[in-house]
Design a protein around this ligand. Structure first.
Ligand SMILES: Cc1cc2nc3c(=O)[nH]c(=O)nc-3n(C[C@H](O)[C@H](O)[C@H](O)COP(=O)(O)OP(=O)(O)OC[C@H]3O[C@@H](n4cnc5c(N)ncnc54)[C@H](O)[C@@H]3O)c2cc1C
Length: 460
């Protein structure tokens, strides 16, 4: 579907800045570009903008923000960059990390001041790998609110979002410079629209099983939990234009998706002192390494199933998330007054589960690292009543993609730039390195929002 076509005459109607994709990256880019005085048009294949952004928890990490300062959290883009680099084993581009960590804080403050997005700081638990409280979210802590507020801001700013417009073909001149885009409508008709510059904000390839099998074979059979419309078009176009790509195996997995309900269970259930067992009632990994790499660990268990176990205190923390409240309403969260009762509900051997609880309790009380390498330092013991959720591992989104420069311009394999083609969000290579273990919580919306801002403000 995604092709590149050379044409001799540019389309008649030309906008300054054309954007493909109305997720967080595309809408932040649009709001930024119109502020710079450009005429802007966004093409979106769906009837209503949603993307993976709507499916997310909407949490965006940023350092040095006024929300952190108000709560006395000392942080800086440099500290944030160190955390990202450490989680990704030194693999990502340092320049890119510096760019996004410096951009994201001012961008959230601009979204709050200029477009009335009421962010606040999540200050009651830290995500694995973040050395500070730095997750910012909207009141519902749900991505649907983020996309709805961005769309409303775009409408207020007078930005045209053409929905049910599926971009299929990039139009280029003889020098392979972008001159426009062809898109199709649901009735099969198509149109060409010209542009002075194009921003690819149509995300990654998680919704394309063939590309997942090629680049992330270990997740080929995993449930894809992201937006199905993300078919890898940016990657396909970029490759046809000789664009450089990087870290195509990079992705965000998640090891705690309620099954069969299909609802995300907040990782606060783990970081606050919970743990996971398999169908034998036994732990199998260091859950605290991160939820992303835990997806493959869970999928390696019998039937690809595990149980996330926690208690009422942790459930109260997780309840700030709409997803968790939905899981409770859905009946996905078991409750029991003792371990034997919990084991019965889970249908796992009670003696094994009792032994696992005891092992975790000992590790906590002795403040030592357990046999999987997990430290339970600083987290309280679980107390009755207990909770458990049956979960599986899932692929959330891809993190590899097109290599960009510090203006978010797409780079060719020879190191030159395609000077009027930009990429942001899941379309661009992110800051998570070559596999799931490099994903630091929030890297997805970090690069969507920060690179959307950079691409939107850029000129060519
Ligand atoms: C369940 C879940 C929870 C998550 N939670 C978080 C979180 O809390 N924090 C975080 O940082 N990240 C999170 N993520 C990741 C985050 O959602 C993504 O990284 C981010 O939304 C990507 O934004 P985007 O704008 O690049 O893509 P998207 O939001 O997916 O938007 C891309 C848009 O492009 C459109 N499109 C695609 N192809 C075309 C085409 N050819 N023509 C026209 N339109 C097209 C799509 O329809 C879509 O609307 C989560 C992901 C999932 C799945």
């Amino acid at each position: 579907m995604s092709s590149v076509e050379q044409i001799d005459r540019a389309p008649e109607v030309v906008v300054d800045c054309l954007i493909i994709g109305a997720g967080a990256a595309g809408l932040v880019a649009a709001l930024s570009a119109i502020e710079g005085g450009e005429s802007v048009l966004v093409l979106e294949r769906d009837g209503v903008p949603q993307g993976s952004t709507a499916l997310s928890a909407g949490l965006i990490p940023a350092a040095g923000t006024r929300w952190q300062a108000a709560l006395g959290v000392e942080d800086s883009p440099t500290q944030f960059a160190i955390d990202i680099m450490r989680k990704a084993h030194g693999e990502p581009s340092l320049d890119l990390i510096v760019l996004v960590t410096r951009t994201i804080g001012p961008t959230l403050e601009w979204l709050a001041d200029r477009h009335q997005l009421p962010f606040s700081l999540v200050d009651n638990f830290t995500y694995p790998g973040h050395s500070r409280y730095r997750m910012h979210g909207l009141p519902s802590r749900a991505g649907r609110e983020l996309i709805d507020r961005l769309r409303a801001a775009a409408e207020t700013a007078g930005i045209d979002i053409l929905c049910e417009a599926h971009a299929t073909t990039l139009l280029v001149d003889r020098a392979n410079r972008i001159t426009g885009v062809r898109f199709t409508r649901p009735d099969g008709s198509s149109d060409d629209i010209g542009c002075k510059r194009l921003i690819l904000a149509c995300s990654g390839y998680g919704g394309n099983p063939a590309l997942v099998a090629r680049h992330i074979p270990q997740m080929a059979s995993a449930t894809y939990f992201g937006h199905v419309g993300n078919q890898g078009d940016a990657l396909n176009w970029g490759e046809q234009l000789d664009g450089a790509t990087r870290h195509l195996g990079g992705h965000q997995g998640h090891g705690s998706v309620a099954h069969p309900a299909g609802i995300l269970i907040s990782w606060a259930t783990i970081t606050e002192g919970g743990f996971q067992v398999n169908a034998k009632g036994e732990r199998f990994s260091n859950e605290a390494s991160g939820y992303s790499e835990q997806a493959a660990n869970v999928l390696a268990q019998p039937d690809g199933i595990a149980w996330t176990i926690f208690d009422a205190r942790i459930a109260d923390i997780a309840a700030q998330f709409e997803d968790f409240r939905n899981a409770v309403a859905h009946g996905a969260v078991l409750e029991a007054q003792d371990i034997a009762g919990l084991a019965a509900g889970m249908r796992v051997p009670a003696d094994a589960l009792i032994a696992t609880f005891a092992e975790v309790a000992t590790a906590k009380s002795e403040k030592r690292t357990d046999r999987f390498g997990r430290s339970f330092a600083g987290v309280p013991q679980l107390v009755t009543p207990y909770r458990a959720v049956r979960v599986t591992g899932a692929l959330f989104h891809t993190q590899g993609g097109l290599v960009i420069d510090d203006h978010a311009r797409v780079m060719r394999r020879d190191g030159s730039v395609i000077d009027n083609l930009f990429a942001a969000g899941g379309a661009a290579c992110g800051v998570s390195g070559a596999d799931a273990s490099g994903y630091l919580s929030g890297n997805g919306l970090l690069t969507a929002v920060a690179l959307g801002r950079v691409a939107g403000l850029a000129k060519c």
